[in-house]
Design a protein around this ligand. Structure first.
Ligand SMILES: NC(=O)c1ccc[n+]([C@@H]2O[C@H](COP(=O)([O-])OP(=O)(O)OC[C@H]3O[C@@H](n4cnc5c(N)ncnc54)[C@H](OP(=O)(O)O)[C@@H]3O)[C@@H](O)[C@H]2O)c1
Length: 232
């Protein structure tokens, strides 16, 4: 899809990658960017329209879909990561929280905004996933499961949305230089770099973006020997 003239809704737009999406989409010519946050007072970027949205609250999502009838691009960016052993009894609660935020919330948003996107000619959905959709390390099990669920749901939704000319772009990335990536050692990709690639992928109509060499390597490792997900 063309970004110029598009009208975007970005979830989790108050900081991190979401703030970079809001900035980058405006710079690329989006006509309007709705910057959604649990606390819209924390949206400080000039030129965007702050809106309240907790992606785990179905009534917030329904109200927004009722109100924002002009959206042509939905960016499912908001997410949480809670790392810890799956053998810890608290892991089940952490799993529920991450599924609600990282998989169920984005699905609810697509359900609610699909008619809006259809009414505006199709448009597109961006689902921000992770290299950890395909890979687990000790401590990432619940987060990885939530992102793997987001990946599977997106693959199904892409096929269902085709009938209304809505594209779905899945974005997989290794560590991004945001609050979530803080404390994780190693190379980090800049949020603005991810957004630049996402905009190019949307313009090219790609279904999937692997944003960095680590993600590309892990993806290739899904069919290599030894399999990347067996224990890299
Ligand atoms: N950073 C990485 O290394 C990395 C790598 C791959 C993929 N990702 C994915 O990239 C996306 C953006 O993450 P980030 O790195 O920008 O993380 P971040 O800096 O921690 O920001 C997360 C954003 O999501 C929002 N959020 C969390 N729960 C929410 C909810 N229930 N409703 C609405 N907003 C909510 C946060 O809002 P509050 O300010 O209110 O908490 C914040 O705006 C996530 O989906 C993440 O899983 C991140």
């Amino acid at each position: 899809m063309k970004i110029e003239g598009s009208i975007a809704l970005v979830t989790g737009a108050n900081r991190g990658l979401g703030a970079a999406f809001a900035r980058g989409l405006l710079a690329a010519g989006a006509a309007k960017v709705y910057a959604a946050a649990r606390d819209p007072a924390r949206i400080t970027l000039p030129g965007v329209m702050p809106v309240r949205l907790d992606v785990t609250q179905p009534e917030h999502i329904a109200a927004l879909a009722h109100e924002l009838r002009d959206v042509t691009l939905l960016v499912n960016n908001a997410g949480i990561a809670e790392f810890g052993s799956l053998l810890d009894p608290n892991a089940i609660d952490a799993l529920h929280r991450q599924f609600e935020t990282n998989a169920v919330g984005p699905l609810r948003l697509v359900q609610a905004f699909a008619p809006v996107l259809a009414g505006n000619g199709g448009g597109a959905v961006v689902n921000v996933l992770s290299v950890l959709s395909w890979l687990t390390m000790p401590g990432t099990g619940a987060y990885s499961a939530s992102k793997a669920a987001g990946w599977a749901l997106g693959n199904a939704l892409r096929q269902e949305l085709k009938a209304q000319d809505t594209e779905l772009l899945a974005v997989h990335s290794a560590v991004i230089d945001t609050d979530m990536g803080r404390g994780i050692p190693g190379q980090k990709i800049a949020p603005d770099d991810v957004v630049r690639q996402v905009i190019a992928a949307l313009e090219a109509g790609q279904p999937e973006l692997l944003a960095d060499p680590t993600t590309q390597h892990v993806h290739a490792g899904l069919v290599a020997q030894p399999r990347a997900y067996i224990g890299a």
